[in-house]
Design a protein around this ligand. Structure first.
Ligand code: APR
Length: 311
């Protein structure tokens, strides 16, 4: 059976970790693509990962490239091309630079890998995935943004840290845009099926929600130069794996909504089923009026950023 091919557009901090995780999971052969200026860096990373193979035993090939021809016929494309935040910046502050990059990437992916399932990570996420979809003309089920997976993971991590119980048993979701207006759905969060509201005081839960909303910024401040990369990479790999192995996992993702949750024509974080058909379904459920109001608020923020793209 031919191996799958996973191309990573952008081979920086997240890109390098994506390559490592994709290889370790043997998801397929990996191409790490970056601009010519960074060709040595991605070729070096690829070689280093090839030399990690004897220790891990993964039988896939990792190649660095700055030639778009090398992404031909990819099954999965994961895009991190762009610049990350510096302290004091919102994700929206990246729009000017990253939009131009995303348009270029979308044209090239359309040309060289028209059948790929595309996962966008670059920020501001909801606008970047919208831009990719608009410029590439890809079907809506083949384009998705990685945000809710990460935001929900952060929420899970904080609940596990608060309770001291296994993170494995914490289930929760964060909906909406990948910004400070995101909507943690605390009402449905559980630890092993037990509602978190029975385990954690409402004051502490509120603090955990607030920390979740700015969790990316907390790391940006600590780094001083750059943003999170381990958890973002793993979150996207989970999505890629669910597609390639047709697992039909239910993951909060920035999917194109056409009426779901009252959202029309925008990519926003909603529970999505990812399988061989890409984003196979958005799972809609009743929100409380307060949650719906928060979702409307996050949608306004997303609409505003997309308005600025002129697309
Ligand atoms: N095509 C391909 N790659 C590009 C392009 C382009 N036109 N322009 C820039 N890049 C590459 C850079 O050369 C760099 O190697 O994108 C890579 C980005 O890597 P980092 O700067 O290390 O950023 P990273 O931490 O990986 O984050 C990437 O994801 O989470 C978001 O906000 C984050 O927008 C940022 C993106």
């Amino acid at each position: 059976m031919a191996k799958n091919k996973i191309s990573l557009i952008g081979g920086g901090q997240i890109g390098g970790n994506l390559a490592l995780l994709a290889a370790q999971k043997e998801l397929g052969d990996v191409i790490i693509f970056d601009i010519p200026k960074a060709e040595g860096m991605v070729k070096g990373k690829a070689l280093d990962l090839m030399q990690l193979r004897p220790h891990d035993g993964y039988d896939v090939t990792i190649t660095g490239s700055s030639d778009y021809k090398d992404i031909a016929d990819s099954d999965v494309i994961i895009i991190t091309a762009g610049i990350p935040r510096k302290p004091g910046m919102d994700r929206e502050d990246l729009l000017g630079i990253n939009l131009g990059i995303m348009k270029d990437v979308a044209e090239n992916v359309k040309k060289h890998a028209p059948n790929a399932f595309v996962i966008v990570i670059s920020n501001p996420l909801d606008a970047m995935v919208y831009a990719f979809h608009k410029v590439s003309g890809f079907a809506k089920n083949k384009v998705v943004g990685m945000a809710g997976a990460l935001d929900s993971g952060r929420f899970r991590a904080f609940i596990a840290m608060e309770t001291g119980f296994s993170v494995q048993d914490v289930t929760c979701m964060v909906l909406g845009g990948h910004g400070d207006t995101m909507v943690p759905i605390t009402r449905l969060a559980t630890v092993g099926g037990v509602p978190v509201t029975a385990l954690i005081s409402s004051e502490r839960l509120k603090a955990i929600e607030d920390r979740t909303r700015v969790a990316g910024g907390e790391i940006v401040k600590l780094f001083g130069n750059g943003s999170a990369f381990y958890a973002p990479a793993q979150s996207a790999i989970e999505m890629a794996e669910s597609y390639l192995r047709d697992k039909k996992r239910v993951i909060p993702c920035a999917s194109l909504c056409e009426g779901e949750f009252g959202v029309e024509g925008y990519f926003i974080g909603v529970p999505s089923v990812i399988g061989a058909g890409g984003v196979e379904k958005v799972l809609e459920f009743d929100l409380t009026s307060e949650e719906q109001a928060e979702l409307n608020n996050t949608l306004e923020a997303v609409e505003k950023t997309i308005g600025e793209t002129g697309l």
